[in-house]
Design a protein around this ligand. Sequence first.
Ligand SMILES: [Zn+2]
Length: 82
Amino acid sequence: MKPPICAICYKEFLDSDEGGLIYFKKRKSDEKWESAMRKEGLVGHPPYAEWFCVDHYNAAKELKDLPINEAMSKLREKFPTN
Ligand SMILES: [Zn+2]
């Protein structure tokens, strides 16, 4: 797993109440990643999951039925970071 850093504002949080991990809709490439990892018996940070701080968690959760690339571009539009 990646360290918990918000994918929008890059805020790092050490406590789980400061944010959470969101799993987005899996793309074809994510299914492939998953079966490759399973075959190798490896564990890693899923390419379709990201951490979000409390400020961005709810907005990200609303988009979790989208693939991560689409959700992230919508979130970046909604929360522009300079
Ligand atoms: Zn954030």
